[in-house]
Ligand binder design. Structure first.
Ligand code: PLP
Length: 475
């Protein structure tokens, strides 16, 4: 066995794969505060004390969490979620609205936490709507999204009186008006409040954005083709609907405001046309979500208060340019609220040295609990969690146990070279789009989600069992 340690001699440098990470961190046990949950610590104490160096989340030793809840498990720091939710609300101020995009992770507990902190909730299916309603969320605080809302979903949204419906196609505008008439024929005040989703031709990811004239994607009404103007025209013309404003969402994991600036410019230009044509003031501008977080040390995520002041000044200056009143600003962060709060705990299984290249560390989960690496080359940070180690760094790839060679959880990392089967590994920033995109591939039960707060832990999403899966097989 020859584990690839770093730094290494010339032989190592010769064979090191081109896509290796830049350099090992100075201290493999360190927890970068920009990446790990705010309540993550390594236990202090005196050498010889069995807990020294063990990762604790929300004040609880990860070995206790693994013993009680099993692995893999997603451990979510409640205080972290609440504090980020509050930061968004405080940064954007009383005259703006923040909606949590439940697609990032949708559970009753989390929807209650964020609404208690002053946020609304975005849902995009009847399933997410059912979770929100069963959590007791006030329907007025809910926005319904989706490019193909089923008639039953529209009907339910109208019947319960959700706060906003974001329309995405001409068929849907007609369907919505029909259901509104069926359910609330008399009450003008209860008409569905409609946001028209505009495709601005801006696509943004991390540091890059593209502003194009064509809109080759499934969401929204194209500005370039005039469809957005026509959608507004139809909504305003229908007495069953209340035109509330315009919506735009440009992408995900965005680190700067350049893309938002172009999108806001284009949407507010439309707002100017709406005012000129209909005499109607666009009261609300929803600029969507997509605010980036740090997964690895190289990710330089924006501070929320800077983001808020840039977006507000962008909107204000564009409104001056178009001679229109400033609409109420809404944003819809998902990842930015729950992403950094959560750590996935895995148990290490096999450890295989691919001689001279790297060490493959297999864990007891994989692409069924975190498909983001396989799906879009997402990067993650991980550490040995059940102890600390002074062993030299070992160039590693953390892989799952599925029958796919692309079943990778962390493509590049350095782990201590004394890593052993049964050690616990923690992968950071897995709160968004991991459990919500989880699957039962290879008939693996999906992991539970455990909330930790002030030294107490409780499951908020139960771990699936094989019996759960077998119950569905009715053949
Ligand atoms: C319309 C809309 N709003 C908000 C979000 C949330 O994005 P994020 O989790 O990156 O903040 C998404 C994500 O796809 C979205 O499609």
């Amino acid at each position: 066995m020859s584990r690839v340690a770093h730094p290494a001699g010339p032989r190592h440098a010769d064979v090191l794969p081109a896509d290796h990470p830049p350099a090992p961190p100075g201290d493999l046990n360190a927890l970068d505060p920009a990446i790990w949950p705010r309540g993550a610590r390594r236990a202090g104490g005196t050498p010889g004390d069995g807990a020294v160096g063990v990762l604790a989340l929300g004040g609880i030793d990860v070995r206790d969490l693994a013993a009680r809840f099993g692995t893999p498990a997603l451990i979510m720091d409640e205080a972290d979620v609440r504090s980020r939710a509050r930061e968004y609300v405080d940064a954007f101020g009383d005259d703006a609205r923040v909606y949590y995009a439940a697609k990032a992770f949708c559970s009753r507990a989390v929807l209650r936490w964020v609404t208690e902190e002053g946020l609304g909730v975005d849902v995009c299916t009847g399933g997410e709507l059912a979770v929100a309603l069963s959590a007791g969320i006030d329907p007025a605080l809910i926005t319904l999204h989706g490019n193909n809302k089923l008639p039953a979903e529209i009907e339910q949204a109208v019947a319960v009186g959700v706060g906003h419906i974001v329309v995405d196609s001409f068929e849907e505008i007609a369907r919505l008006a029909y259901h509104a008439e069926q359910y609330q024929p008399a009450a003008a005040a209860a008409r569905p409040r409609v946001l028209v989703r505009v495709t601005t031709g801006v696509e943004a990811h991390t540091h890059e954005f593209m502003a194009t004239a064509h809109d080759d994607q499934k969401f929204g009404f194209s500005l370039a083709s005039g469809a957005a103007d026509e959608a507004v025209r139809r909504v305003i013309a229908l007495p069953q609907l209340e035109f509330a404003g315009l919506h735009s969402h440009i992408g995900s994991q965005i680190f700067d405001t350049g893309g938002f600036e172009v999108a806001a410019h284009r949407v507010l230009e439309l707002a100017g046309r709406v005012h000129a044509e209909h005499g109607v003031h666009v009261a609300e501008l929803d600029l969507g979500g997509g605010f980036g977080i740090a997964y690895v040390p190289e990710d330089d995520a924006p501070e929320i208060k800077h983001l808020a002041s840039s977006l507000r000044s962008i909107v204000a200056s564009q409104c001056v340019a178009f001679g229109i009143p400033v609409p109420r600003l809404t944003i819809e962060p998902g990842r930015g609220i729950v992403g950094p709060s959560t750590v996935t705990l895995y148990e290490v299984g096999t450890i295989k040295d691919v001689d001279g290249i790297r060490t493959y560390v297999s864990v007891d989960g994989g692409m069924s609990d975190n498909v983001r690496t396989a799906l879009y080359d997402a990067e993650y940070t991980c550490v040995l969690a059940s102890r600390s180690s002074d062993a030299p760094p070992m160039l590693s790839r953390v892989v799952g146990r599925h029958c796919e060679s692309g079943d990778i959880v962390v493509r590049h990392c350095y782990l201590p070279s004394d890593l052993a089967p049964r050690d616990l590994l923690a992968v950071a920033a897995t709160g968004a789009y991991c459990r919500s995109l989880a699957s039962n591939y290879n008939h693996l039960p999906r992991p539970g989600v455990v909330a930790v707060a002030d030294g107490a832990a409780r499951e908020i999403v139960r771990r699936e069992t094989l019996d759960d899966l077998l119950r569905l097989d009715v053949g």
